[in-house]
Design a protein around this ligand. Structure first.
Ligand code: PLP
Length: 305
């Protein structure tokens, strides 16, 4: 590998992926037998224009936080990649190959306190009947301000009822699909409303999730998160933080939560793999209490940050 590779964002193709990528390296991408490789700088990695990930957003992904070279919650991410793939009737991803690719790419990257590793599993090139996949290592955004001083959040109507996963499973709620255009649109709407992020609410007044995060609300010593059967993504960060809260002696619960309950919270956070824990300091223009010390304790005990 050339010396230049290690300082850039990197890509590794997964599977018999000569067809999936190749870029400057052409088709001879896959490491024989291993189904993984090689490591390429992002600018040299190419996905076929006919790949359904590109043309239809027809695939699934995971974003995994890395702190001091350690993957955060890797088994939960791999399990969710499999689960999302099953929901989309995709070929089962070779999670061992994905893990090997992730470790290979991470080892090649210049060390940084925080990095983000993305796994993408696509239905592949239209008509080829073969999945494609790749792993990216990205230098993480600096989330220190969001984690300490907190974020401003608006609630937005998600446009469906809380029971959508049961009534309309073909809408794929709860799968981490590549189709994130509306999630990004919601974040732009937040910016238009002078806020940093969004909490989606169902048409029948149930708190759901953020466009890229889960909600955790505190009342006294009880911490609750929306139930995963409410058409939301089951969060790996939320699961890890609930383990810490349990170990600290707090009560935790998956629940049906109303927006009115958020307004009276003793603490409210958005949880996600890159940013980890962001306390909400303002909800729909009204201030909420932020306990910076407690958030720091959770970050340290859960993620060693
Ligand atoms: N909900 C949605 C819609 C997401 O996209 C994400 C993560 O990107 C989450 C929740 C949080 O999941 P995790 O903590 O596993 O990153």
């Amino acid at each position: 590998m050339s010396g230049g590779v290690a300082v850039e964002d990197l890509v590794v193709f997964v599977g018999d992926g000569a067809e999936a990528g190749g870029g400057a390296g052409g088709g001879a991408a896959a490491v024989a037998g291993g189904g993984v490789g090689p490591v390429l700088p992002m600018r040299e990695a190419a996905v076929n224009v006919a790949d359904l990930a590109v043309t239809r957003g027809d695939g699934v992904f995971e974003s995994i936080g890395v702190i001091d070279g350690r993957f955060i919650e890797l088994p939960r991410h791999l399990a969710r990649l499999k689960h999302s793939s099953a929901m989309l009737d995709l070929p089962e991803p070779d999670v061992e190959a994905f893990e090997r690719a992730a470790r290979l790419a991470l080892a090649a990257h210049a060390p940084q306190r925080e990095l983000l590793v993305k796994l993408l599993h696509s239905r592949g090139i239209e008509g080829a009947d073969r999945a494609s996949g790749w792993v990216q290592v990205l230098a993480g955004t600096d989330h220190s301000a969001a984690r300490s001083t907190g974020i401003r959040v608006v609630t937005l109507d998600r446009g469906y009822r809380h029971d959508i996963a049961q009534t309309s499973p073909w809408l794929l709620q709860g799968a981490k699909t590549l189709s994130y255009a509306l999630n990004k649109a919601a974040l732009r709407e937040a910016a238009r409303r002078d806020a940093d992020d969004v909490i989606f609410v169902s048409t029948d007044d149930v708190v759901l999730e953020g466009p890229t995060s889960n909600v955790v609300v505190r009342h006294g010593d009880v911490f609750r998160t929306p139930r995963p059967d409410l058409g939301i993504l089951a969060g790996t960060t939320q699961a890890a933080v609930f383990e810490t809260l349990g170990a600290l002696g707090f009560e935790t619960a998956e629940a049906v939560i109303t927006p009115a309950e958020l307004a009276t919270a003793d603490g409210l956070w958005l949880l996600s793999s890159g940013r980890l824990l962001a306390p909400v300091r303002e909800l729909d223009g009204r201030p909420l209490p932020v306990d910076a010390d407690f958030t720091r304790t959770l970050l340290e005990r859960t993620f060693g940050l």
